[in-house]
Design a protein around this ligand. Sequence first.
Ligand code: PBG
Ligand code: ZN
Length: 334
Amino acid sequence: MHSPLTGDFPNYRPRRLRGSDTLRRMVRQTRLHPDQLVLPLFVRTGRKIRDEVQSMPGVFQLSIDEAVREAASAQKAGVLAVILFGIPSKKDVRASGAYAKNGIVQKAIRQIKKDVPGLLVITDVCLCEYMSHGHCGLIKKCGKEQLVDNDSTLKLLAKTALSHAEAGADVIAPSDMMDGRVATIRRELDSNSFKEIPIMSYAAKFASAYYGPFRDAAESVPQFGDRKSYQMDSANAEEALREVALDIQEGADIVMVKPALAYLDILYRVKSEFGYPTAAYAVSGEYSMIQSAVKRGWIDEQALTMESLLAMRRAGADIIITYSAIKAANWLKN
Ligand code: PBG
Ligand code: ZN
């Protein structure tokens, strides 16, 4: 780790490694590989639908048949996993669509598992896409205030997770940030013979303006208030470590930090503190910022995307969820 900064080293050349690109390639300390990437998919009802999300060029709301095609091209590019988000045709105040046996995600899981064998299907477990008010949990009235009720929400999350497992999901990824959800979901899966299904927990998820375009894509903008009562304050690093510790105690198999680029310090600390399998979510806003500059010809998409993904790896991410997964995997091949 130490370089000689003083003394007599006549042959020492600071910083630059002599020799060829080949040698530089051999001693690269961080590597990016398609195996590490996860592609998010937004699934909706209908057939042959590929609706581009306005704020996310290249990202689509897909009907199940189209989602299968997208999943297949991810696999062809070398991507091993997708993460599914559902856009139901109806929303209500109990998020019934989230745990319906024939809900949009449940159907998509079955179809993708059938038509794209070998591809790992991760499911995002949250209620906001299915709630008429767009919050991640049940609302209770407290005088004039409407609050998200942590404890009653847990039952619905467990129900949702179980329905995904029953449909054939390989990994369950709760993203709601309610306290105690990992333990509750773990218990539900275990007592229904799904002991072997891993939980990838959105453990350190910050209340972030970077989620804006996602809420367009998933049609899940909160109708009142914000998510600050359950998502974390972006000022708090120690709290993030506590959240991660709790999720590990509750049985999380993989812990996630989200967003990625603006939270590389958190990623680094989570990986060094716990040494656990760690995921980073390069969120919608990160993607949209790059795309909008690309559209104007202001930056080089490939160079910037790869540099950003590499930075997440350097900071400690084993897995990266990114809307650029297919492109990145193809760039890595060539
Ligand atoms: C659902 C969820 C969100 C994201 C992933 N799961 C949105 C939110 O919390 O508002 C954000 C992903 C992105 O911005 O790409 N809770
Ligand atoms: Zn949510």
